[in-house]
Write a protein that binds this ligand. Structure first.
Ligand code: TYM
Length: 324
């Protein structure tokens, strides 16, 4: 099977976007796997340090995110689950890749442009983020990297760095494919449907969290910004309506159908029902797993140990190829 690899950064409580764009696709890949070496899924806790964090909140978020990986249905017999900070090769290869990346290409990264460029207190690590993310990927020689749409540019620079390294030094890395889903690749904020739904959003009203109870989901969806169109088929009458387009995308990604729906009210009810149906089993499983944090820790400790084994030879090859 083609090896899959992807990570999620514990900088906030996971959202429906994280699930539809990434986590549930990790589960699908793992379900098709025959060995835990087919799938490597991690918590990118080093990436969390690119912006200031409250340390107690960071620790709690790491635990919650790790638990959600398992609650979503990831089976440790079919996927290796690890913490980036527990696999030192990530930091080491990141430096070697910084020595192959150009400032011109890092300056073009959307995340840096939006979150930090021109601000004197921006951490250097936010600028060099793509080199660490490339290391995360290339260390495992995956063939596919399942992500949401917003990570596409980061996987593309990873491909560029791999190709450049292989030409300049030796063919150490495989060049991975980025794969995004048909529906749910870019779930938008319910209040600001021109911005992606983000776990670190300043306000919570437009963000559905994976652990939001059904009544909270209902309230957030009911208050979702739609558009001012009225008329017999307001829902389908224009494709230029970000709020409605987003709800239709969420509905499709959650297995619902918009057939026969014409009003915003009916659309919102259908979306609520579809989202709650997706979240309910995950939340049940979360409640059980959260009662056994030692089990969750042991899964990630074992996975991190396996990740250290798998990455050691790739790091050694890259180091030697660069003449060190
Ligand atoms: P992060 O933590 O921001 O997001 C984790 C995953 O969720 C996807 N995602 C979304 N998909 C659809 N709609 C949304 N609104 C939405 N928001 C987030 C993201 O695309 C991502 O797949 N830098 C990465 C983590 C990372 C990584 C890696 C990913 C570190 N190293 C190596 C892949 C390979 C990040 O911060 O994603």
């Amino acid at each position: 099977m083609d090896r899959s690899l992807s990570l999620i950064t514990p900088t906030g409580r996971l959202t429906l976007g994280n699930h539809l764009g990434a986590l549930r696709r990790f589960v699908a890949a793992a379900d098709a796997a025959s060995s835990p070496d087919d799938c490597f899924f991690g918590l990118s806790d080093l990436h969390a340090l690119t912006t200031p964090q409250d340390l107690a909140v960071l620790r709690a978020t790491v635990t919650e995110t790790a638990t959600l990986f398992l609650a979503a249905g990831l089976d440790p017999a079919r996927a290796t689950l690890f913490r980036q900070s527990r696999v030192p090769a990530h930091r080491e290869l990141a430096y070697l890749l910084e020595c192959t990346a150009y400032t011109g290409e890092l300056n073009r990264m959307i995340q840096f442009k939006e979150k930090g460029r021109g601000v004197p207190s921006t951490r250097v690590s936010l600028y060099t983020y793509p080199a660490l993310m490339a290391a995360d990927i290339l260390l495992y020689r995956p063939s596919v990297v399942p992500v949401g749409d917003d990570q596409r540019q980061h996987v593309e620079i990873t491909r560029d760095l791999a190709i450049r390294f292989n030409h300049a030094y030796a063919p150490v890395f495989t060049v991975p494919e980025v794969v995004t889903p048909r529906a749910g690749a870019r779930v938008m904020d319910l209040q600001t449907p021109t911005a992606k739904m983000s776990k670190s959003a300043a306000t919570d009203a437009g963000v559905i969290r994976l652990l939001d109870p059904p009544d909270v989901v209902r309230r957030k969806v009911a208050r979702a910004v739609t558009d001012s169109d009225v008329g017999p088929d307001a829902v389908h009458s224009s494709s230029e309506k970000p709020g409605v387009t987003n709800l239709l995308d969420i509905l499709a990604a959650c297995g619902g159908s918009a057939d026969g729906i014409t009003t915003y009210g009916a659309l919102k009810s259908a979306v609520t029902e579809a989202v709650v149906t997706v979240l309910e089993p995950l939340q049940k499983s979360y409640a059980q797993l959260a009662a056994d944090p030692a089990y969750v820790d042991s899964v990630f400790a074992d996975g991190s140990a396996r990740a250290r084994e798998v990455t050691a030879s790739v790091l050694a090859d890259a180091t030697a190829a660069m003449g060190l």
